[in-house]
Write a new protein. Structure first.
Length: 154
């Protein structure tokens, strides 16, 4: 499956799940007012994967299907591939002003990296060794006068 659109993401949330908030059943999380902002933000990020201005930053061709998929799925074997993956994470961070600490791509990256973590046996036929530990850049909050600003890096 290639990268989803925002509409596909929102339709996926309407799957009959049961969610209770303060004892009240929420039948459709996309229509529950306290969740609408975050759901819209995530839907916008999914839509950006199809926007020509962001597609090369947020997606790459799937090695199996050729369809565009999130850069968080890159099994980086080279420094260039790692930089591409970090650029995707940085772009997601910038598009949310650093306010979305755990985007859905967090789990993509976690699952993608599991076989390559130091001390874990690789189940990959090519026997790739884990990449060296990398200092990831993170979004950091900084106050500028009365306005809040976000930037990347230490």
């Amino acid at each position: 499956m290639g990268a989803r659109t925002g509409q596909e993401y929102m339709e996926g949330l309407r799957d009959g799940r049961s969610l209770y908030v303060n004892g009240e059943l929420v039948r459709d999380v996309t229509k529950y007012p306290p969740f609408q902002g975050v759901i819209r933000t995530l839907a916008d990020l999914y839509d950006r994967q199809h926007d020509p201005a962001y597609q090369s930053l947020l997606t790459y061709p799937s090695p199996t299907s050729g369809a565009p998929v999130s850069t968080s799925f890159i099994l980086a074997k080279t420094w260039g591939e790692m930089e591409q993956r970090v650029r995707g994470e940085r772009t997601r961070c910038e598009l949310t002003y650093g306010l979305m600490g755990r985007l859905p791509d967090f789990m993509n990256a976690f699952v993608t990296d599991q076989p390559r973590l130091p001390g874990r046996p690789s189940d990959r036929a090519d026997g790739n060794a884990p990449l060296p530990r990398i200092a990831w850049r993170t979004c950091r909050f900084r106050r500028v006068g009365r306005r809040a600003a976000y930037r990347l890096g230490p």
